[in-house]
Design a protein around this ligand. Structure first.
Ligand SMILES: Cc1ncc(COP(=O)(O)O)c(C=O)c1O
Length: 375
C-alpha cells in the first residue's frame, strides 16, 4: 500500500467541475490582477476569521514581511518569535530590517512559551510574532497580556492554522495583523503560491494595500517603497471555491487525529509515540499530525520502505541556521526547540486519507518498534 504524507488528488477530483468552471470564467473575462475573485476571497476570509480586512498577497512569506512593514517594524527594532518554525517567520523579520529574538518553545505544544517572552523584552522590542504551529494556536492570553503591557505589536503567523481557535476565537484575529499562506499543503491551499494578511485596523489595511503594489495608492505615484506581491486572480478563484469546504476538511483532519490517537493506544504505542497535545482552550486543525518518537530517522527510513511518506518539520531550529549565525546563538541556547528538531516526525494527514491507510501507518510503526524490541 502507498500512503503519501500529503495528497490533493482526491480532493481536487471531488470538486474538479466547480474548479474548471471558475478557472474558465477568469480566462474568459481576462482580468488577471486584483480582480473580483481576489476581492471576494478577501471579504470571505476576513468574515470567516472575524476581522475587518483581508489583503491578498503573493505568498505567506510576503504576508508576514508586509504585515511587519504595515505595523511600522523596521531597522533598529527587535521582534520576538519562535525558532521552531518554517524559515519564513524569522526571514520576514530580517527582510523588514529588524532583528529576530528567539524564545524557546513549550515542549507540549511546540509553540512559543508565552511565559518566557517577558524575559526577552528590551528597549528595542517592537513586536511579537507567534506561530500557530501544525494547526494549534499559540497560548494567546498570556502573549497578548505581555504585548499590551509593553505596548508591542503582534503579527500572527497563521500559515499552518487557518480555522484554528483559541478560547472560541479564530487564530489570525488576535494581533494587529494575521498572516495566511495558501501554499497547496495548507488547510486552505491553492494551486500554487498565495497568501493574505488580515487586520481589523484600517490604517494597517491601507498600508498593506499600498505595499503590495510598490507603495502606491494612485497608479504611478509611490508614497513608500513596497514590492510587487499580489494574490493571483486564478489562485483566488480556486480558493473561493475551496473556502466552501474548509470547515468540512478541517473536521476531517480533526477526526483523523482522533483515529490516530485511538489506534496508537490499541496497538500499545502510546508509551513510545508521543502524540500531539491539543490544548483544551483551543481547536487544533492538524495541518500536521506531528509526534515525538525514539529512533526518529530510522523510523522514517523504515516507513519509506513500507511506502509511507513522512516529513520532518523541522530538522534544524532557526537560531542555528547558517543564515542567522551573525545573531550569535549557539547549540544549547534553546534546548526545547533543539530537542523537538531531533524527535519530531509528521505522519500522513490530509482530509481524504482513508482509514485503511491510517491503520497501515500505525501497524507499520508498531512493526518497526517490535523489531527494535521496544513494543
Ligand atoms: C509557519 C509558516 N510560516 C510562513 C510560511 C510561508 O508561507 P509561503 O510558503 O506561502 O510563503 C509557511 C509556509 O510554508 C509556514 O509554514
Amino acid at each position: 500500500m502507498q500512503v503519501p504524507q500529503f495528497s490533493l488528488a482526491d480532493q481536487t477530483a471531488q470538486i474538479k467541475k466547480e474548479l474548471d468552471e471558475t478557472i474558465n470564467q477568469v480566462v474568459t473575462k481576462g482580468s488577471f490582477i486584483l480582480g473580483d475573485n481576489v476581492r471576494k476571497l478577501e471579504e470571505e476570509a476576513a468574515a470567516y476569521l472575524g476581522v475587518k480586512y483581508g489583503v491578498g498577497v503573493g505568498n505567506g512569506s510576503d504576508a508576514l514581511y508586509l504585515a511587519l512593514l504595515a505595523c511600522d517594524v523596521g531597522p533598529g527594532d527587535e521582534v520576538i518569535t519562535t525558532p521552531f518554525t518554517f524559515f519564513a517567520t524569522a526571514g520576514s523579520i530580517v527582510r523588514a530590517g529588524a532583528v529576530p529574538v528567539f524564545v524557546d518553545i513549550d515542549p507540549q505544544t511546540f509553540n512559543i512559551d508565552a511565559n518566557l517572552i517577558e524575559g526577552k523584552i528590551s528597549e528595542k522590542t517592537r513586536a511579537i510574532m507567534p506561530v500557530h504551529l501544525y494547526g494549534q494556536s499559540a497560548d494567546m492570553d498570556p502573549l497578548m497580556k505581555v504585548a499590551r503591557k509593553y505596548n508591542l505589536r503582534v503579527v500572527e503567523d497563521t500559515a499552518q492554522a487557518m480555522g484554528s481557535e483559541y478560547n472560541g476565537q479564530k487564530t489570525c484575529s488576535f494581533g494587529d495583523a494575521g498572516c495566511l499562506s495558501f501554499f497547496p499543503t495548507k488547510n486552505l491551499g491553492g494551486f500554487g503560491d498565495g497568501g493574505m494578511a488580515v487586520t481589523s485596523d484600517p490604517d494597517v489595511a491601507e498600508k498593506l494595500r499600498m505595499l503590495r503594489v510598490h507603495g502606491s495608492r494612485k497608479k504611478y505615484y509611490h508614497e513608500v517603497v513596497g514590492t510587487n506581491s499580489r494574490l493571483d486572480e486564478l489562485q483566488a478563484a480556486v480558493l473561493v471555491v475551496k473556502m466552501k469546504y474548509l470547515d468540512k476538511w478541517i473536521a476531517a483532519r480533526n477526526n483523523l487525529a482522533g483515529k490516530y490517537s485511538d489506534l496508537m493506544k490499541q496497538n500499545g504505542l502510546n508509551g513510545i509515540v508521543k502524540e500531539p497535545v491539543a490544548l483544551s482552550s483551543g481547536y487544533h486543525t492538524y495541518n500536521q499530525y506531528t509526534v515525538r518518537v525514539p529512533l526518529r530517522d530510522e523510523l522514517q527510513t523504515y516507513l519509506k520502505d513500507c511506502g509511507i511518506g513522512t516529513a520532518i518539520y523541522y530538522p534544524l531550529p532557526l537560531h542555528l541556521q547558517p543564515s542567522f549565525a551573525n545573531l550569535g546563538y549557539k547549540q544549547g541556547d534553546l534546548p526545547e526547540s533543539e530537542r523537538a528538531c531531533d524527535e519530531v516526525i509528521s505522519l500522513p494527514v490530509f482530509p481524504e486519507l482513508k482509514d485503511k491507510q491510517l491503520e497501515y501507518v500505525v501497524k507499520s510503526i508498531r512493526q518497526f518498534y517490535k523489531e527494535k524490541g521496544l513494543a
